[in-house]
Ligand binder design. Structure first.
Ligand SMILES: Nc1nc2c(c(=O)[nH]1)N[C@H]1C(S)=C(S)[C@@H](COP(=O)(O)O)O[C@H]1N2
Ligand SMILES: [Mo]
Length: 548
C-alpha cells in the first residue's frame, strides 16, 4: 500500500470507528440515536417522491436493504475522501467528519421521540473517529518522511560511491563502492517497510475495534430492547360473544389459491421503520387528545378491564399493484374504537383522527368512518396470537374499508382528534391522497401467469375484495369472449376478501384470462387502468397462459 492507499484506508477505518463507537454508546440511550439509524430514518422520510417510487418499483419490499447499501456506498466515498485530504497541519478530513457529525446530531434530535441525549452517540463517535484519523495521519506523514529520506539517502550514497570510484579509478574499489551503496539502500528500505507495516497494523487494529464496537453495540442494543420474549408470555383476553370461527365454506382450499385466512408468517409487511420498533407493553400507552371534551390515556393494564371483539378483516396496501400481494386477511382481536373515542368525547366540528406511532409515523382517518358502527379497533391480537412485533406489538389500529396508509397505524401511541384542514399525515405530505377508501379489486391466483398447461378442464381461482361493501359477483373472461360468472365461496363478513373459482375448458393456443368483481352495492370494478399513486391502482387483473 502506498501513502495514498494508506490515507484512503485510514479515512474509511476512522469512519468505521465513528459508527462503531456511536453504536456502542447508543446501548445506553436508544438504538434510534445512532448516525446509521438517525440518518437512515431521515433519508427515508425525506426521499423525493420520484426516487421513492422508482426504488419501490424496482426493489419492492427490499427497498430498506437497498437504502442501507447505497448509504454505505456514499459513506465509504466520503470517508475515503476525508482520509485523502487530511494533513497534520490541514485537517480537512476532520472537518468533513465534523460536518457529518452535525448532520447526524440534527437527524437524531429531530426524530420524534428524541431527547437531547440522542446527540451523544454522534458526538462521541465523531470525536473518536477524528482522534483515530489524526493519529493515522501523523503516522502516515512520518512514514512518508522516512520513505523520502531513504530515497534521498540512496541517491546520496550512490553519489559518494561514484565519487570514490572516480578518485581511485580501480575496478575493485568500484565494486566495493557498489556493495556499500547496496548496503545503504537495503538498510533504509527495510526501515521504510517496517514503518509501513506498523501503520498498516495500526489501521487494521482500529478497523477491528470499530467493527467490534459496532457489532457489540447492535447486539446488546437489540437484545436489551427485544420484546419478542415478553410478547410470547402475553395472555390474550377472550372476546365477547362466540369466538369467530372461520366458515369452512369460505376457504375453497384450491392449490395455488391464497388461503382465506393469511397466516401471520405470510402476512405482507409495509412500514417506514428501518428497524422494527420494540415497544414493551409496560411502557406503552395510548393518549386520546386534541378536539375532545376529556383527554384520556390508556395503559395496557387499563385494557384488561375492557372486553375485546374478534373480527376477520382484510388489510390492503394502497401501493398494491393490480394482481399484487400487498393484501392479507386476518382474525384481529381488539377494542372498539368508537367506544374509546366516545369516552374522550370528540368535538362536533372535528373530522379526522390523526393516529401516531411510537416512531412518529402518522395516518389521518375520517372520524366518521371510525365511529359509524363498523368494527374499527385498537388491535392487540392477530390470528389468535399477540400481534407480531413487525405487525405492531403491543397495539395497532385496524379499520375495515380503509387502506393501511390512512388507518392501520402499528405501534400506535396517540390518537389526536383534529380536522383534515388542519393536519396532514405522513403519506399525504408526500403526494398521496388524504382519503383512502379501499377500491374494489380482484386477483387471479391460479393458474400462475405464463403457465404452460394441457388442454381440458382447468381451475381458475382467485380472491376479490371490497372491504365493508362485500363482494357480490366475480366474472371471468377468456380473450375477447363473454364475461362468465365465477362461483363464489362463502362470505362470513363483508370486511374480508372473498374467494372465487371458475372451471374452464381450455383449448390449445395462447389465452389471456381476465377477472372483474362487483361489490355489495352492485358497482362493478372499473376497467380504467390507473397506477397506485395517489389513491390505489385500478383496472382488471389478467394473466396469459399457453395451452398445449
Ligand atoms: N407505524 C407505522 N404503521 C403503519 C405503517 C408505517 O409505515 N408505520 N404503514 C402502514 C401501511 S402503508 C400499511 S399498508 C399497513 C401494513 O400493515 P402490516 O405491515 O401489518 O401488513 O400498516 C400501516 N401502518
Ligand atoms: Mo400501505
Amino acid at each position: 500500500m502506498t501513502g495514498r492507499g494508506l490515507r484512503i484506508a485510514s479515512g474509511i477505518v476512522a469512519a468505521g470507528v465513528i459508527l462503531g463507537v456511536a453504536e456502542l454508546v447508543s446501548v445506553l440511550i436508544s438504538p434510534d440515536s445512532t448516525p446509521l439509524q438517525a440518518v437512515g430514518d431521515w433519508v427515508v422520510d425525506n426521499t423525493p417522491d420520484g426516487v421513492r417510487e422508482w426504488a419501490i418499483d424496482l426493489f419492492g419490499t427490499n427497498d430498506k436493504l437497498v437504502l442501507f447499501v447505497s448509504m454505505g456506498a456514499v459513506a465509504v466515498g466520503v470517508a475515503a475522501l476525508a482520509g485523502l485530504l487530511e494533513r497534520v497541519r490541514r485537517p480537512i478530513g476532520s472537518a468533513l467528519f465534523v460536518a457529518f457529525g452535525i448532520l447526524s446530531v440534527l437527524a437524531a434530535l429531530t426524530r420524534p421521540p428524541a431527547a437531547w441525549t440522542w446527540a451523544i452517540p454522534s458526538v462521541l463517535g465523531v470525536w473518536a473517529g477524528i482522534a483515530v484519523l489524526r493519529m493515522f495521519t501523523r503516522r502516515i506523514a512520518a512514514y512518508e518522511d522516512v520513505a523520502a529520506e531513504s530515497r534521498d539517502g540512496a541517491a546520496g550514497a550512490a553519489k559518494v560511491a561514484a565519487d570514490d570510484a572516480k578518485v581511485a579509478g580501480g575496478d575493485a574499489r568500484i565494486a566495493g563502492g557498489d556493495a556499500e551503496v547496496a548496503g545503504v539502500q537495503s538498510t533504509t528500505s527495510s526501515d521504510v517497510e517496517l514503518e509501513r507495516r506498523q501503520v498498516m497494523r495500526a489501521i487494521a487494529i482500529a478497523a477491528a475495534a470499530g467493527v467490534g464496537a459496532g457489532l457489540a453495540g447492535r447486539l446488546f442494543g437489540l437484545r436489551s430492547r427485544d420484546v419478542s420474549g415478553e410478547r410470547a408470555g402475553v395472555q390474550l383476553p377472550s372476546p365477547s360473544g362466540p369466538m369467530t370461527g372461520v366458515d369452512p365454506a369460505a376457504d375453497l382450499r384450491i392449490p395455488g389459491l391464497a388461503s382465506y385466512v393469511t397466516p401471520n408468517s405470510d402476512f405482507y409487511r409495509i412500514d417506514t421503520a428501518l428497524t422494527v420498533p420494540q415497544v414493551s407493553k409496560e411502557n406503552w400507552s395510548l393518549r386520546i387528545h386534541g378536539m375532545v371534551d376529556r383527554e384520556i390515556t390508556l395503559t395496557y393494564a387499563d385494557l384488561a378491564a375492557r372486553t375485546p371483539i374478534e373480527r376477520l378483516v382484510t388489510l390492503a396496501c394502497v401501493s398494491n399493484p393490480i394482481g399484487g400481494d400487498l393484501v392479507g386477511n386476518a382474525k384481529w382481536l381488539g377494542y372498539r374504537l368508537d367506544e374509546l373515542l366516545a369516552e374522550a368525547g370528540p368535538h362536533p366540528d372535528a373530522d379526522m383522527v390523526l393516529s401516531r406511532s411510537i416512531d412518529g409515523w402518522t395516518a389521518g382517518s375520517p372520524l366518521a368512518v371510525m365511529t359509524d358502527g363498523r368494527d374499527a379497533m385498537l388491535a392487540v391480537g392477530m390470528n389468535g396470537e399477540p400481534l407480531p412485533v413487525a405487525h405492531g406489538y403491543p397495539a395497532r389500529l385496524v379499520v375495515p374499508g380503509l387502506y393501511g396508509y390512512v388507518s392501520a397505524t402499528k405501534w400506535v401511541t396517540e390518537l389526536e382528534i383534529t380536522r383534515f384542514d388542519r393536519a396532514e399525515a405522513y403519506w399525504t405530505k408526500r403526494g398521496w391522497s388524504e382519503r383512502g377508501p379501499i377500491k374494489t379489486a380482484s386477483r387471479i391466483d391460479t393458474p400462475g401467469a405464463r403457465s404452460r398447461l394441457e388442454p381440458g378442464r382447468i381451475t381458475i381461482a382467485g380472491v376479490a375484495w371490497a372491504q365493508h361493501r362485500g363482494i357480490s359477483a366475480v366474472e371471468v373472461r377468456i380473450d375477447d369472449g363473454e364475461w362468465q360468472p365465477a362461483r363464489l365461496a362463502a362470505e362470513p363478513t363483508i370486511d374480508s376478501w372473498r374467494q372465487w373459482v371458475y372451471d374452464w375448458d381450455a383449448t390449445s393456443g395462447q389465452h389471456t384470462i381476465w377477472a372483474r368483481a362487483t361489490d355489495g352495492t352492485g358497482a362493478v370494478q372499473t376497467d380504467q387502468r390507473r397506477d397506485v399513486v395517489p389513491d390505489g391502482a385500478t383496472g382488471y387483473p389478467s394473466i396469459t397462459v399457453r395451452i398445449g
